[in-house]
Design a protein around this ligand. Structure first.
Ligand SMILES: Cc1cc2nc3c(=O)[nH]c(=O)nc-3n(C[C@H](O)[C@H](O)[C@H](O)COP(=O)(O)O)c2cc1C
Length: 185
């Protein structure tokens, strides 16, 4: 798929079929995380690939009862280790870690779409519960869960804001470009 197509086709999908995703596809999705930008090239991301049925059930309970993730073949748990980033960037480290985790997650979501698979960024969960389930050390931050599955959802159009809704020109609050330039709807 070309880039524009992948970007536009990516959607949060929450209905999964029982058809298994191959392990090779999961490693391809994880591979995509490697290519995200990282401040100072300090790589903070750690990924835990979970396929055990009991653990998936426990993760769904820790994700505030989001049952649909149990049906995914795999759940990738995206974590950040901030140790090196804090030594280099002190007070900036927390913000940088969140930003680079987001970049890695988006790469993974786009690769998932490119492979014709389904996922959904799961950010609502209990950190401590997931740490207990997966034996994650206290100083590690859990960023999100990514269930990876085959889709059972009909393709649908999700309304995104028009470009002009997110643009200012030259300064905060300036909604029109000077001289007037046409912004696509
Ligand atoms: C930080 C973050 C946390 C999210 N947490 C959840 C979640 O816990 N459960 C869920 O079903 N969707 C979650 N989503 C997905 C959003 O609901 C979804 O991206 C949004 O509705 C836009 O739809 P789209 O992804 O199909 O474009 C999350 C998205 C982000 C970026």
């Amino acid at each position: 798929m070309d880039f524009d197509n992948v970007m536009r086709k990516r959607h949060s999908i929450r209905k999964y079929s029982m058809k298994k995703v191959s392990f090779d596809q999961i490693t391809e999705i994880c591979e995509a995380a490697r290519f995200a930008p990282m401040a100072g090239n300090i790589y903070t991301i750690k990924l835990i690939i979970v396929s055990d049925e009991k653990k998936k059930q426990e993760l769904s309970e820790a994700a505030l009862g989001q049952e649909f993730i149990v049906k995914a073949s795999y759940i990738i748990v995206v974590c950040s280790n901030l140790a090196q980033l804090k030594r280099t960037y002190s007070t900036k480290a927390e913000a940088y870690a969140r930003q680079q985790a987001g970049a890695a997650i988006q790469n993974m979501l786009l690769k998932t779409t490119d492979l014709g698979l389904a996922s959904c960024w799961i950010g609502a969960f209990d950190q401590n519960a997931i740490k207990r389930i997966l034996r994650i050390p206290d100083d590690i931050q859990i960023e999100c869960l990514l269930p990876i599955a085959n889709s059972m959802e009909e393709p649908r159009e999700i309304k995104k804001p028009d470009l002009k809704m997110i643009l200012y020109f030259e300064e905060w609050g300036q909604e029109t470009a000077k001289p007037e330039k046409k912004v696509p709807a």
